[in-house]
Design a protein around this ligand. Structure first.
Ligand code: RTP
Ligand code: MG
Length: 140
């Protein structure tokens, strides 16, 4: 299996509860390495751009408001089959559907305040990494 990269966000519900370390530990325990990380407070424009694929969905406005409600930690994760590995440890979007031992089952508050984001394909991972990081901020 190839070593690849994915993009992760520790969302405002998790930073608010001081879970940055706990969530990162679950990512690391799943075999992912944090090769870039920064804490930011997204602007509305940044969040709208990031979630542009969801702009026609009924929850878009609320999602953007949630994502700018507090700081987030954006990360680049590296590991074997990183996109799938990360999605597996994140668990289902709705925490009530997420498997035991996943980040969302353990920490998420709701389908919206679900603690983490993870890219859903290698192609989107590259786009999302480039959206938040310059090449020299990533140290593999
Ligand atoms: P993500 O993109 O954050 O990794 O999550 P995902 O693929 O599991 O979920 P997606 O369908 O891409 O939705 C993006 C985020 O929008 C919020 N959401 N709210 N109120 C709702 O019904 C609803 N559905 C989705 C969640 O924060 C979800 O992670
Ligand atoms: Mg998604």
């Amino acid at each position: 299996m190839a070593v690849t990269r994915t993009f992760s966000i520790i969302k405002p519900d998790a930073t608010r509860r001081n879970l940055t370390g706990a969530v990162t530990k679950m990512l690391e325990d799943a075999g992912l390495r944090v090769v870039a990380s920064k804490r930011i407070h997204m602007t509305k424009e940044q969040a709208e751009g990031f979630y542009a694929v969801h702009k026609e969905r009924p929850f878009f406005g609320e999602l953007v408001d949630f994502m700018i409600s507090g700081p987030v930690v954006v990360q680049v994760l590296e590991g074997e089959d990183a996109v799938k590995r990360n999605r597996d440890v994140m668990g289902a979007t709705n925490p009530s559907d997420a498997a035991d031992g996943t980040i969302r089952k353990t920490y998420a508050e709701s389908i919206e305040a679900n603690s983490v984001h993870g890219s859903d394909s290698d192609e989107n991972a590259k786009i999302e990494i480039d959206y938040f990081f310059d090449a020299d901020e990533i140290v593999g």
